[in-house]
Every structure is written in C-alpha cells, then in structure tokens.
Design a protein around this ligand. Sequence first.
Ligand code: SF4
Ligand code: SF4
Length: 112
Amino acid sequence: MSMNLSVNNREVTNMTFDFPDCGGCKTCELACSFHLIGEFNYKNSAIKIIENKDKSGFSVDFLDKCDFCLNEDEPFCVQYCRESEKLTEFLNKFTRCTKKKEDKLKGGLGDE
Ligand code: SF4
Ligand code: SF4
C-alpha cells in the first residue's frame, strides 16, 4: 500500500495496493465507469489497474473521484471482480484513509 509515491515509475497521488491475484481483466474499470457516468469507458473509471513493468502482476489504484458506490447495494467494481473479497479489503482501506484525510481537512480527529 502506498500514498503519493511512484509505482512502476508512475506517479500516483491516490492509493495503490499490490494485487498479485488480480488477473488484469479490467472489468472493474468498466463497471466503475458505468456507475459513475452510465457508460463503459476506461477513461472515466475511479479504479485503475496497473500492470507491473516486469509483467509479474498488477496493482490497483483508487482515484479521488471514487464515491465508494454509497448509493449502490454493493460497489460496482467489487460486484464483477473474481477476487472480490480482496478488492473489498482494499476498497475498505481506501475508504477509511480517505475519510480520515477528509476529517483532518475539516479539523476533525479522524476515526482511527
Ligand atoms: S475485475 Fe478484479 S481481477 Fe479484474 S482487473 Fe479488476 S481487480 Fe483485477
Ligand atoms: S467503489 Fe469507487 S472504484 Fe469501485 S465502482 Fe464505486 S466509484 Fe468505482
């Protein structure tokens, strides 16, 4: 897990998790874009799948525009992922850290 670091020489400003079991299908990206804008378009996704430079696996990166699918029964990215349990774990960590950051910005103490 990392924040504001370089992953595979790519600057990330959000949260990135190593995800060795991810198959790289990017269904989560399409599902996310459908949730956000009602269209299937990788460019409009709040979740990004990054392949390691040495092709050894993938990382998952959540962007700030992720709204946690609060208005859905289950996050769209998770619904269509074959590794949904692990993806849920990452999403929950991202959600907690984002909330903590927002609380700090508002002058609160956060929830951890
Ligand atoms: S849907 Fe799951 S397995 Fe497929 S790319 Fe996304 S995180 Fe990886
Ligand atoms: S939880 Fe975030 S990344 Fe996942 S589908 Fe919803 S908006 Fe996209």
